[in-house]
Design a protein around this ligand. Structure first.
Ligand SMILES: C[S@@+](CC[C@H](N)C(=O)[O-])C[C@H]1O[C@@H](n2cnc3c(N)ncnc32)[C@H](O)[C@@H]1O
Length: 408
């Protein structure tokens, strides 16, 4: 059984339940621990959690995403929607095809698709195959991927699944220059960006730092005279009323990422899919331990200091902050929806294979996959889709059944 990333209800701290890494993996983790400890030492004894998360996930050759651990699927640590079923990427491709056709007045070979954070390449392969079915192949399918290991895996997947389309695929290591025309997609990218952690004290909102003591990473002590952590304006109102000891995160990197992508766009729609909430739900008094979540071999827990480099670390996305960053960067927020209603609006049910063409086992599997992707109790409600646009006015089919922008 595989675990979708970040099922919040499985948040607990079952260290004793985590499987032991083998000796090679332990040694790898020890090297990363030494690397981060060195950084802490060089910074005077503490670093922000954002810096810790950045190194744990992306330290060259050592971080969780930079190095070669399996990560995705049954043998890995978690499973994402494109890995659960091709129906996810194929439904998304219908939305992408619609936008490409609109932007180019029908000649879609004049526009590009950019996927950011491509994982195993499964989503790219399925999107390309579905766009080909629709006769809407873009000029190029660009993948921006920081991990060399995952880039190699993406190339392998695409070569195996859509060899005749591989020449349209190009890998980038940075965002394209200004003037991008087309569609940008990112599934579960924002939750992997480093977050700053904070706690409210009777002296104000204090950033939480990471220290290294007795061979282990720890949260630094609450300070007598804390430096105030500046909060974005939309958030101050929620946090001001919280009792002392309320802990959560802010993802300034995600807002910065939205600003950077906005700088690249000429005529485009950006679809960001991730688990998260509008700010009033995210910074809710009940959620007083924040949303940090770690995944190791399909166990979800909330201790980011366990097995650095071997486990994924994530936080939920504050979609209000994403919308605010978009508007500040002259993008329009064109839709906000749950994943379930978005996929239904894209026509996922029309993509379901007819029962006559499937064995009984395949029928059961397909029904299970549909449930996992769309039902509220599964991924359907916790995962959201936000659409940000520049110079694009046409309706977007993923938001026709429901649009929750009023919640942002
Ligand atoms: C959780 S995985 C999701 C992968 C894939 N989209 C999926 O749904 O299966 C996060 C992906 O984002 C990539 N990533 C993280 N930070 C990134 C950044 N700043 N720019 C580009 N890719 C990034 C990771 O290397 C990885 O491919």
């Amino acid at each position: 059984m595989t675990t979708p990333r970040s099922p919040e209800d499985s948040s607990h701290n079952p260290l004793f339940e985590l499987p032991e890494p083998d000796a090679d993996a332990q040694a790898h983790s020890e090297r990363l621990i030494a690397r981060i400890a060195e950084d802490i030492h060089a910074s005077g004894g503490r670093i922000s959690f954002a810096r810790y998360m950045e190194l744990a996930l992306f330290a060259p050759g050592l971080g969780y995403y930079s190095a070669g651990s399996q990560k995705f699927g049954e043998q890995g640590d978690f499973v994402t929607a494109p890995e659960i079923s091709p129906l996810f990427s194929r439904a998304l491709a219908r939305q992408i095809g619609e936008v490409l056709a609109e932007i180019t007045a029908g000649d879609v070979s004049d526009a590009d698709v950019l996927e950011v954070g491509g994982g195993t390449g499964t989503m790219a392969a399925e999107i390309l195959a579905e766009l080909e079915n629709q006769g809407k192949l873009p000029q190029r399918y660009l993948i921006l991927e920081l991990s060399a290991d995952l880039q190699a895996r993406q190339r392998e997947t695409l070569t195996a699944r859509v060899p005749h389309l591989i020449e349209r695929v190009q890998w980038l290591t940075e965002l394209p220059k200004a003037g991008f025309r087309g569609v940008v997609v990112a599934n579960e990218l924002l939750d992997a960006l480093p977050v700053h952690c904070f706690v409210t004290t009777d002296k104000g909102v204090q950033e939480r730092f990471v220290t290294f003591q007795k061979g282990r990473f720890q949260w630094g002590a609450i300070e007598e005279n804390p430096e105030a952590l500046p909060l974005p304006s939309h958030l101050s109102a929620f946090v001001a009323g919280m009792p002392s000891g309320y802990a959560s995160e802010i993802n300034t990197a995600a807002s910065g990422w939205v600003q950077s992508i906005a700088n690249c766009l000429d005529t485009a729609v950006v679809f960001l899919i991730d688990y998260g909430y509008a700010a009033h739900e995210y910074y809710h008094p009940r959620r007083n331990r924040g949303t940090l979540m770690c995944h190791y071999r399909h166990r979800a827990h909330d201790d980011p200091f366990v097995y650095p480099g071997l486990q994924d670390i994530t936080a939920h996305v504050d979609f209000t902050a994403i919308a605010e960053a978009a508007v500040a960067s002259a993008l329009e927020v064109r839709g906000y929806n749950t994943q379930g209603f978005f996929l239904l609006g894209c026509g996922i049910t029309e993509l379901v294979q007819p029962h006559e063409s499937l064995s009984e086992k395949q029928q059961i599997l397909q029904a299970q996959q549909m449930r996992t992707l769309t039902l509220p109790a599964e991924m359907g409600e916790r995962f959201k889709v936000i659409a940000l646009a520049r110079n694009y006015d046409a309706p977007l089919r993923g938001f026709t059944l429901q649009d929750l922008r009023h919640q942002l």
